[in-house]
Ligand binder design. Structure first.
Ligand code: AHG
Length: 335
């Protein structure tokens, strides 16, 4: 079987489908190369002294893991000098990182969660890197935070790399979802699935059930009905999975369907949700929609939300279309 590399896939997207300009192709290749480097650190674990916490906190007041910092540095360094970017923003940094003046400025903006699911690092469970690409709008000099505040539907590309039993890169440039598996001997990404599709129906949900008593009634109703199984209104039994790493839960959903929820909860009523709109929800929503699924915050399509700030949080319901529509309809009825 002829192997198609990430480079070949991107060249074909550029040449035959006219979807991606050269700068975007370079950007994706650089991100993919950085993910290979992060994968090496992840795999080394204790041997590379990368486990455990650092002494620092990120902008959200969360204690950083050593690998959070390593992955952030790898992505910043890899993307600084290629001339494809204007600036970057990371879940781990307070403010945006502009490309140093000594390098040429590109027209793209890169956002990333360098190491998603960090509570899984030390226990050797799947984690990942999530990224989102926007284009700088307007011709003003320099870049500021406002340039990043575009809704998710403006994304030029998005993807994640999962560091699990295999290292896999899922990517969309707005032409479906393709997945590439890292061939460690060759050091290259090989196309292993194309035109990924999420089935519209599912019998599997992913949610942190320990928060159930804090949820809003529509979410509680939905999960109650799933738990009632064949005895309840859904008339079928559901299975539950929760990996505590959005990358791993979304990867399962892209592979075999399911619905993922991280809803608002009443412990912190002013906080819309736990997950970050720009680094987690938007890129995952883009991938899921490109695979035929849906993604909302319970009320509206995630990709339609106009962010008010870089580190904005959001409730997330995404995955199999009919389930997401059901949860969203329950919210509309409750209103
Ligand atoms: P972090 O990267 O800070 O560890 O957060 C992980 C996110 C997301 O990836 C995952 O779905 C969720 O938080 C897990 O939350 P719980 O701790 O509530 O399980």
């Amino acid at each position: 079987m002829k192997k198609i590399s990430l480079t070949q896939y991107l060249v074909e997207q550029q040449r035959e489908h006219g979807r991606i300009p050269a700068q975007l192709r370079l950007l994706i290749e650089v991100v993919a190369r950085a993910c290979k480097q992060i994968a090496i650190s992840v795999n080394k674990g204790a041997l590379g002294d990368v486990l455990g916490t650092a002494t620092t906190e990120n902008v959200q007041g969360e204690v950083q893991k050593k690998l959070d910092i390593i992955a952030n540095e790898v992505l910043l360094e890899a993307n600084s000098w290629g001339g494809h970017l204007a600036a970057m923003a990371s879940e781990e940094m307070d403010s945006i990182h502009t490309v140093p003046d000594r390098y040429p400025q590109g027209e793209y903006l890169l956002l990333f969660d360098p190491l998603d699911g960090s509570s899984n690092i030390d226990v050797n469970v799947s984690i990942g890197t999530i990224f989102s690409v926007l284009k700088k709008v307007g011709h003003h000099h320099g870049v500021n935070e406002a340039d990043f505040l575009q809704s998710g539907k403006a994304q030029a590309a998005a993807g994640y790399c999962i560091y699990g039993p295999q290292t896999t890169l899922a990517l969309t440039v707005g032409d479906g979802v393709a997945m590439f598996t890292l061939d460690r001997e060759q050091g290259s990404w090989v196309l292993t699935s194309e035109n990924v599709q999420i089935p519209a129906d599912t019998k599997e949900f992913a949610v942190n059930m320990s928060n159930m008593r804090h949820w809003a009634p529509p979410v509680k109703r939905y999960i109650d009905e799933c738990l009632a199984g064949t005895d309840g209104p859904r008339g079928k039994d559901f299975n539950m999975r929760w990996i505590a790493s959005m990358v791993a839960d979304v990867h399962r959903i892209l592979t075999r369907g399911g619905v993922f929820l991280y809803p608002w909860d009443k412990r912190e009523p002013d906080k819309p949700g736990k997950l970050r709109l720009m680094y987690e929800a938007n890129p995952m929503a883009f991938l899921v929609e490109q695979a035929g699924g849906a993604a909302t915050n319970g009320h509206e399509r995630i990709l339609d939300i106009t962010p008010g700030k870089l580190h904005e949080r959001v409730s997330v319901v995404l995955g199999s279309k009919n389930e997401v529509e059901r949860v969203t309809a329950y919210h509309a009825k409750a209103n």
